[in-house]
Design a protein around this ligand. Structure first.
Ligand code: PEP
Ligand code: MN
Length: 371
């Protein structure tokens, strides 16, 4: 059960003390307090763990400081969408809103290779009205002999160039906790010119120790990719690991499943699960068309499969798109064959806008036929 407290409840107030004293006396119940500091308000929630079936919801709602009480199912306690649960499904980070009701595009380099390419990418994004990007510094590679990413060496110029071109959020995969420290360090040294969304890649979806460490910090939001060979439930529980440790600024990323059934795409595209994840949880949902499709193949109309699947995800309500671009794909050190070019950026964005408009029209249509 979750008790959602009145806004700006002070933990040193007599009412709050009265509430916690009452809860401490409930048999078989332990509590966990979670606070979320927004720009203007502080939201406090108390998680009741244990034999909550014995508690009466109305009694709990009448306790001091309590605005509402929600009975949660065992699954996805923090991130899940429960009955009569009106908790928000959005958050803000560095001035950018991430929610189940909006859409952000993160076009950028799969792997940072050199400052010139980073600058060309960032400039193109700025010129096309974009404030987010993806930049890979730490690359998990199948072969130990493949380029592993420039790591911390590239962070200073990536962050400085982001600041120069008004980029507010960079999605960046980390594969080890030390990478988080390197990111914090580089941000401090460059004067915090931008923000970072930590990305947990598909190979680490169930790296529980990494999830716990990343979940314990609340400075950076997290993009958690679905595991490529596990069930959706297992991946959603992985997201819950982050939230249960305290960080609920989590975006869930679909990136295709590994099976030859999806051939000739690199992975079997799973964007039909966009509405499923939005129904089961309050997380914004990201799609990664690049790692799903893995090539620049196109249909007979001349539209790239990457753009087709992007549109499919967006028309189903996706909230974020993580997509590989490169100023010179043939020179990219990682995943060049699936990258779109900078000349294709305005085309891609316009195609996304068409799909988003169609999604919004579909929502309106659905409402009209329901009422
Ligand atoms: C990536 O986004 O660069 C990446 C490696 O993705 P995934 O973890 O989905 O393979
Ligand atoms: Mn890649």
């Amino acid at each position: 059960m979750i008790l959602i407290l009145n806004q700006n409840t002070k933990q040193d107030s007599p009412e709050f003390k009265q509430l916690t004293a009452h809860l401490a006396n409930l048999p078989g119940i332990t509590t966990r307090i979670h606070t979320e500091k927004g720009a203007a308000q502080v939201l406090t929630e108390i998680y009741l763990i244990g034999n909550t079936q014995a508690l009466d919801l109305d009694d709990m709602k009448n306790l001091p400081c309590v605005e509402s009480a929600v009975r949660v199912s065992e699954e996805y306690r923090v991130l899940g969408r429960h009955k009569d649960d009106h908790r928000s499904s959005h958050f803000e980070y560095n001035g950018v809103r991430f929610g189940q009701d909006n859409l952000n595009v993160f076009a950028g380099l799969c792997a940072v290779d050199n400052p010139a390419h980073v600058e060309m990418m960032m400039k193109a994004l700025r010129d096309n009205g974009q404030a987010c990007t993806r930049m890979g510094a730490y690359k998990p590679r199948t072969s130990p002999y493949s380029f592993q990413g420039h790591g911390s060496a590239c962070l200073p110029y990536v962050f400085e160039l982001a600041g120069k071109y008004g980029i507010k959020v960079i999605a960046m995969e980390i594969t080890h906790e030390s990478h988080m420290e390197e990111i914090v360090d580089a941000l401090e040294k460059t004067g915090n010119p931008t923000g970072v969304m930590l990305q947990i890649g598909t190979r680490n979806t169930q790296n529980f120790e990494l999830l716990k460490i990343v979940g314990r910090q609340s400075r950076f939001p997290v993009l958690l990719k679905r595991g490529f060979g596990i069930t959706l439930d297992e991946s959603l529980n992985a997201a819950e690991y982050l939230a249960s440790e305290g960080n609920r600024k989590v975006i869930f990323g679909l990136r295709g499943m590994k099976t030859n059934m999806g051939d000739p795409h690199r992975n079997f595209v799973d964007f039909s699960h966009v509405p499923v994840v939005k129904r089961l949880t309050r997380m914004p949902v990201c799609i990664d068309p690049s790692h799903s499709v893995g090539s620049r193949a196109s249909g007979p109309e001349g539209i790239l499969d990457v753009m087709h699947v992007t549109a499919q995800g967006v028309i189903a309500g996706a909230n974020m798109i993580l997509v590989d671009f490169h100023p010179a794909p043939s020179k990219a050190l990682v995943d060049g064959p699936q990258a779109l070019t900078l000349a294709e950026l305005p085309y891609f964005l316009e195609d996304v806008a068409i799909a988003r408009e169609a999604f919004e029209k579909r929502v309106d249509l659905g409402r009209r036929f329901k009422s």
